[in-house]
Write a protein that binds this ligand. Structure first.
Ligand code: ZN
Length: 258
């Protein structure tokens, strides 16, 4: 029910009724203004919480997880920090999913090949990771997805079905583009805020505070503090008898088109 395609017609119906009443009766235009502002607040809130799936269904955790499995995901790589991440994952026999930026794959093609060869999964995280991503139109979003897909194909000879929008932003343009591309939108249930918090310890504490089986954890393979948090997290997960698997395994999805 609480999806954009249901809410939008309700919004416009009420808006037109209020507009007519404002014009033909003495109803204050304030009601029309409040209703419009309320709708935009809903849109802004929904844009920043990918778990709501307000604009398009997103896959972000396995609610029915029976065993103690979680999926760690890394956005924005590959980067010069990725080898250290791969070493840690190998040490703890953990598998992860990397949402790669096309431009970064062009810089580090061998790292992209290596993480795939080591049994990790990959997804599309756009070609340029534009800071203006939330303001792109559907055609531009699709172009970002397609360009990244092309680089992935040139480098790794496969087509991923996983897409994660930069900053987790969703809106009507992203929804149209992702539907067109036929990808699955992958979110997260635990946001580490590792690009915001200053210390690895606070990143680690934030993750384990709410951690439960079936969770998808968001990290970035782009800084030392994230690597610090990852090491502590992998230690913790091993002690608590968790298994780290790829998103496709945890959510029972097919990661690639063949
Ligand atoms: Zn990102």
């Amino acid at each position: 029910m609480w999806k954009h395609h249901n809410i939008k017609p309700i919004f416009w119906s009420v808006w037109f009724v209020l507009a007519i009443l404002t014009l033909v009766t003495s109803l204050s235009s304030t009601y029309l203004l409040i209703w419009t502002v309320l709708f935009f607040l809903v849109l802004i809130y929904a844009s920043f919480d990918i778990r709501l799936g307000y604009f398009l269904k997103s896959y972000y955790r396995n609610k029915n997880e029976q065993s103690r499995r979680v999926a760690i995901t890394f956005d924005d790589g590959p980067s010069e920090f990725t080898p250290e991440v791969l070493d840690l994952l190998r040490t703890y026999n953990a598998k992860a999913t990397f949402f790669l930026i096309g431009k970064q794959i062009q810089k580090f093609p061998n790292l992209a090949k290596q993480l795939l060869a080591e049994g990790h999964s990959i997804g599309n995280h756009t070609m340029n990771h534009s800071n203006r991503f939330g303001f792109l139109n559907a055609e531009q979003v699709l172009q970002e997805i397609n360009s990244c897909d092309a680089v992935i194909y040139e480098t790794l000879l496969l087509k991923t079905r996983f897409f994660r929008p930069p900053f987790g932003v969703t809106n009507p343009s992203v929804a149209v583009a992702v539907k067109d591309s036929g990808d699955l939108m992958i979110g997260w249930s635990i946001r580490s805020l590792d690009t915001v918090l200053s210390h690895g310890e606070s990143i680690y504490q934030r993750i384990i505070k709410k951690l439960k089986p079936g969770d998808v954890i968001l990290l970035h393979d782009t800084s030392e503090k994230s690597i610090f948090a990852l090491k502590k997290l992998l230690d913790y997960l091993a002690k608590e008898k968790y298994t780290c698997v790829t998103v496709d395994e945890l959510l029972n999805l097919q990661a690639y088109e063949f």
